[in-house]
Design a protein around this ligand. Structure first.
Ligand code: ADP
Length: 395
């Protein structure tokens, strides 16, 4: 009988889950539980092409997960009959402790708890998900897969902020990166597809959150997200890079509190702050209709991307592949075209017709003459987590 892994991704007020075959990637069931802790919660559970919805208050992550497992029981597929060999928990912050997946022992749980100040919205949510899942599924290994793990290979010169190192060490202030599971998966797929391990790659994970990484021979050497996922590229609602003195200025001049600034930078900035919408499709439509703010937002977004590509080209001393992934990277023909046009000086030549083809398969979108291979490689964080659970479960 085929094996399955249950992958659980607890966000601050949501739980995403998938039951999938780690060998083939086939998804048996998946769903999303949202608005945890709010007046009206919502679960959508998808199995055999049918969506079952639950609308009721969901007090906390424990209640959400119990309800999800009840849906598996009642609607299917039965967890007991699915040959579940492990549960994978996505954890946003693994700090300096984890450079790969870890079996969740009491000691590992303790470390995830210790790291809560570095990911105050996420790690506590992961912990409640882990506790409940372990109680409800006690007989299989539970494995934590960290968003930061892939970036533990960053050389100190790339992960260190130039601040007083006494302060940095005491408060563990350094660049940890994020989206690591996706960057690991995509750069690994590129190497497989091109049948080459000696590659200098830039992976552009462009979703609502967005990040870039520089990967040499399979190891990350630089990444755009920092202590938290706020640093780097322009995102749906996050600023990305910004002079930290903007904080001092707004605190002094606008009397804004730390919490207000946190909300401003994380939730009201990026594309949303620039032009009033964070969905790239809407921003593009507005720009096409002549909306100047939307066009300016796209230009700021592209300018940041160009500067990161240039930066990583220099950091790696060369570049073989640029790989686009996530919602915008996989689907947005125009962003890919506009970025490649701006990078034409590097010898990048896009095959415009191939770039327009839509699909779920990884593909090369540059011409054979292009000095740098440009690819679209759909990310699959759940499959990557399931594969990493297998590594641990088989030990
Ligand atoms: P996250 O996981 O960070 O929430 P996704 O990777 O799902 O995000 O990406 C969401 C983003 O992808 C949204 O901004 C959405 O507009 C964009 N997106 C999805 N489909 C398309 C498309 N066809 N064209 C352009 N952008 C798209």
């Amino acid at each position: 009988m085929a094996r399955t892994v249950l992958v659980i991704n607890s966000g601050s007020s949501s739980i995403k889950y998938q039951l999938l075959d780690p060998d083939t990637g086939e998804v048996h069931a998946k769903g999303l539980c949202e608005r945890i802790g709010e007046k009206e919660g919502h679960i959508a559970h998808k199995y055999q092409g049918k969506t079952t919805e639950v609308n009721e208050p969901i007090a906390d992550h424990g209640a959400g997960l119990s309800e999800i497992l009840r849906l598996f029981d009642e609607v299917g597929p039965s967890i007991a009959e699915s040959n579940v060999i492990g549960v994978g928990h996505r954890v946003v912050q693994g700090g300096k402790y984890f450079d790969g997946p870890a079996l969740i022992t009491d000691e590992v749980r303790q470390k995830i708890e210790e790291l809560c100040p570095l990911a105050p919205l996420h790690n506590p949510a992961h912990l409640s998900g882990i506790d409940v899942a372990k109680k409800l599924l006690p007989d299989v290994p539970h494995v934590a897969v960290f968003d930061t793990a892939f970036f533990q290979t960053l050389p100190a010169e790339a992960s260190t902020y130039a601040i007083d190192q006494e302060v940095a060490e005491k408060y563990e202030v350094r660049r940890y990166g994020a989206h690591g599971t996706s960057h690991r998966f995509v750069s690994g797929r590129v190497a497989e597809l091109l049948d080459r391990s000696d590659l200098k790659q830039i992976v552009l994970h462009l979703g609502n959150g967005a990040s870039a990484s520089a990967v040499v021979n399979g190891e990350a050497v630089d990444t755009s997200m920092g202590l938290t996922p706020l640093e780097g590229l322009v995102m749906g609602t996050r600023t990305g890079d910004i002079d930290p003195a903007v904080v001092f200025h707004l605190a002094r001049q606008a009397n804004m509190s730390i919490d207000e600034l946190d909300t401003l930078f994380n939730k009201k900035s990026g594309l949303l702050g620039l032009c009033g919408d964070n969905d790239m499709r809407t921003v593009r439509d507005l720009a096409d209709e002549g909306n100047e703010k939307a066009r300016a937002a796209l230009d700021v977004y592209l300018h940041r991307l160009v500067s990161y590509v240039g930066r990583y080209y220099a950091v790696m001393g060369g570049l073989d592949v640029i790989a686009f992934t996530a919602g915008v990277g996989e689907n947005d023909v125009d962003i890919r075209r506009e970025l490649c046009e701006r990078l034409a000086f590097m010898g990048i030549e896009l095959d415009e017709e191939v770039n327009k083809i839509r699909g779920d398969e990884p593909r090369t979108i540059s011409t054979p003459n292009s000095k740098i291979t440009v690819m679209v490689v759909p990310t699959n964080e759940e499959l990557s987590i399931a594969q990493q659970v297998m590594q641990i479960a088989q030990k």
